[in-house]
Write a protein that binds this ligand. Structure first.
Ligand SMILES: Nc1ncnc2c1ncn2[C@@H]1O[C@H](COP(=O)(O)OP(=O)(O)OP(=O)(O)O)[C@@H](O)[C@H]1O
Ligand SMILES: [Mg+2]
Length: 216
């Protein structure tokens, strides 16, 4: 799979071979040297954008756990995405039950929610419905985001949480959204999985542990 570092390294190897040929008296740099340089330059530009994203994503990683009202976090994330949802013609259906207080890091929930909501919007370019649900079980709270897009192909299901896996490279996807979401959820002791939504589309379900304040 296209890890940009591999592209950049491949380009470097190619350049090194060409330069070695130059040292042996071959003609001056030609198109393939320029192509190798292009490969390196585009690989490095992608690495830069990925690192910029990572820095933004993980900048809140060391914050303290605080008492969190997940329903409020969901409202705020939907508010932040409101303009994108509106212009994509995506209808929002929200079903939030009474939830216990959760201990989480502020900002990180937002990131998880926004990554899932962003993916859902991208999966429904012609509009559709976004469903956000949350309800409490005995030991966990389950939050789910589903859409009416094409869903995740069976062969991709095991890979979509891997860093850099994307089917949206042409649209600027870095393949980090779900990898970061999974990292955050795991740091909170939770799990994230994908399943087929009722009817059509994808459903991403996050399960977070309920903890008493003393168990922090
Ligand atoms: N709601 C969804 N419907 C269909 N496929 C999805 C959905 N969400 C994620 N995917 C698939 O999972 C892949 C990985 O998602 P992820 O959010 O990690 O990266 P991305 O959206 O491609 O890029 P980035 O989030 O970095 O901009 C996507 O490229 C897409 O193939
Ligand atoms: Mg994404």
């Amino acid at each position: 799979m296209g890890n940009p570092l591999n592209f950049a390294c491949g380009g470097c190897d190619e350049l090194a071979a060409r330069l070695a040929a130059l040292d042996r008296g071959a003609p001056g740099p030609g198109p393939s040297v320029r192509a190798a340089h292009q490969l390196i330059a585009s690989g490095l530009a992608r690495i830069k954008s990925i690192l910029d994203n990572l820095r933004r994503y993980l900048s809140v990683g060391d914050a303290q756990l605080v008492a969190t009202d997940l329903a409020e976090e969901i409202d705020q994330a939907l508010e932040l995405a409101a303009e994108r949802l509106r212009s994509a013609g995506v209808r929002v259906d929200k079903q939030i039950a009474r939830l216990p207080v959760l201990w989480t890091r502020p900002g990180e929930n937002h990131q998880v929610l926004l990554n899932m909501i962003g993916n859902a919007i991208e999966a429904m370019p012609g509009g559709g419905a976004l469903r956000v649900t949350a309800h409490a079980h005995d030991r966990t709270v389950e939050l789910a985001v589903s859409d009416t897009g094409p869903g995740v192909a069976d062969e991709d299901r095991d890979r979509i949480f891997e860093p850099f896996f994307t089917t949206r490279r042409d649209a600027g996807g870095t393949g980090l959204g779900l990898a970061v979401a999974r990292e955050i959820v795991m740091r909170h002791g939770g799990t994230i999985r994908v399943e087929a939504a009722d009817g059509a589309g994808a459903r991403f379900a996050v399960s977070l542990p309920r903890r008493e304040a003393g168990e922090r």
